[in-house]
Write a protein that binds this ligand. Structure first.
Ligand code: TRP
Ligand code: SF4
Length: 400
């Protein structure tokens, strides 16, 4: 079996906050120990909406990369790179655009949604319509199996699967495919070959899904097959050609539980964030001045944690004992709000300590960050080049 690959991208929004950490980065950091991972800055995607403010993208990219590293994304485990430094993404995007029906792009829900949301901006552009196709190219060029995303991005993954299927259907048939497939069947050995043929016929004639599944298992066990033959035999099962681009699956990231300082979702546009590498004094000040239960005006008024954003922070940062202390103390006016906030301040500072430390190291040595990215781009580019060779050949653009 080939190890499954994880890929995800983020548009460069500049410095990240704790909402990004709890929502996305913590998940990436976990995944990097479990799979080969590719994480990249989607700077071209940023241009689809920020085409009239190009001056912001570079700095936002470096700030975001430092935050990834600070949070614990580990360049020794994951490949970290910048989309525009791997121009093969653009080539695949272009080639896919030839076979992508306009109607598929127009019906992706984010298209109309974002146009309405960003109505101050003219987004009736060619590039913005192609946003999901560029994303599909990002994913397909690495033959990624799993794409961790939030639920707003699921339609883009579904779209990517449709594009992969269409591509394989249109271009997956190499010359002499049947003959090559039959040759490959023989290489399975007599017993396996007979079983494979039986299952293939059962699937093709009767559409039995478990026959297909069993045949996949047979191929998974056949260790000695070359990559090309394996692909052919997967394709042959479904009557089609070679699978050139792999269909990815979404790996749903649960929505961040991180509330903002005002109890709404933490978001830059609400101005209620704590930055990932906010300095300690600012963190203290922000939490000390946080809104509490509005009914609790005086120290002697009892309060209700359910109406207080500080309580939401306790749910992330405190253990059961502290939470009991808050519930009791708040409802009986036994503790004051400043007292109640202290463990939260400590929890946030403790979480940020290693991040601040790593951020300092990277901020002091921009060359280190650049070399991490250069390294990542080079690794990514190798993978992308391999896929593009197959893609060009399949489409009939092979001048070698
Ligand atoms: N569209 C994604 C977002 O806004 C960013 C992105 C671009 C991406 N290309 C990707 C995510 C490929 C996953 C895979 O969050
Ligand atoms: Fe909020 Fe704590 Fe004050 Fe209660 S005591 S209102 S939970 S800050």
């Amino acid at each position: 079996m080939f190890a499954e690959k994880v890929l995800s991208g983020m548009r460069p929004t500049g410095r990240l906050h704790l909402g990004h950490y709890h929502g996305v980065l913590a998940n990436w950091i976990k995944l990097q120990h479990e799979y080969p991972c590719l994480f990249f800055v989607a700077d071209w995607h940023a241009l689809t909406t920020a085409y009239d403010e190009p001056g912001t993208i570079t700095q936002n990219t470096w700030d975001m990369v430092v935050d990834w590293l600070a949070a614990g994304v580990d360049p020794a485990q994951a490949t970290i790179f910048i989309q525009s430094r791997v121009p093969e993404h653009a080539e695949l995007h272009l080639l896919l655009s030839m076979m992508t029906p306009l109607s598929w792009l127009e019906r992706v829900p984010t298209y109309k949604d974002q146009q309405e949301k960003l109505s101050h901006k003219d987004l009736t552009t060619y590039g913005f319509l192609g946003y999901p196709l560029l994303q599909a190219a990002d994913i397909l060029i690495y033959r990624a199996d799993k794409v961790p995303v939030g639920d707003d991005q699921v339609p883009h993954i579904e779209f990517t699967r449709e594009i992969a299927r269409r591509f394989n259907h249109l271009y997956g048939r190499e010359a002499g495919f049947e003959e090559k497939a039959k040759e490959a069947v023989k290489k399975l050995g007599t017993k396996r070959a007979r079983l494979y043929e039986e299952l293939r016929i059962r699937y093709q004639e009767k559409g039995e899904a478990d026959a297909l599944e069993q045949a996949h298992a047979v191929l998974d066990e056949a260790q000695s097959l070359s990559h090309g033959d394996r692909e052919r035999l997967f394709g042959y099962l479904e009557g089609g050609g070679k699978m050139i681009l792999a269909e990815p699956g979404a790996l749903l990231t649960h929505a961040s539980r991180m509330p903002g300082l005002d109890g709404q979702k933490m978001s830059k546009s609400y101005g209620n964030t704590i930055a990932l590498r906010e300095d300690a004094a600012a963190v203290q000040k922000k939490i000390r001045t946080m809104q509490t239960d509005p009914q609790r005006v005086r120290r002697t008024d009892p309060g209700d944690p359910d109406k207080c954003p500080v309580w939401q922070f306790h749910q992330i940062y405190s253990n059961d004992a502290v939470r009991d202390w808050v519930q009791q103390g708040c409802r009986s006016a036994g503790i004051g709000c400043i007292e109640c906030k202290q463990p939260v301040i400590e929890g946030v500072l403790k979480e940020q300590e290693p991040m601040r430390e790593r951020a300092r190291m990277y901020a002091e040595d921009p060359q280190l960050v650049k070399s991490i990215i250069a390294d990542g781009c080079e690794k990514a580019r190798k993978l992308a080049t391999d896929t593009m060779r197959d893609v060009r050949e399949a489409i009939g653009l092979d001048y070698s």
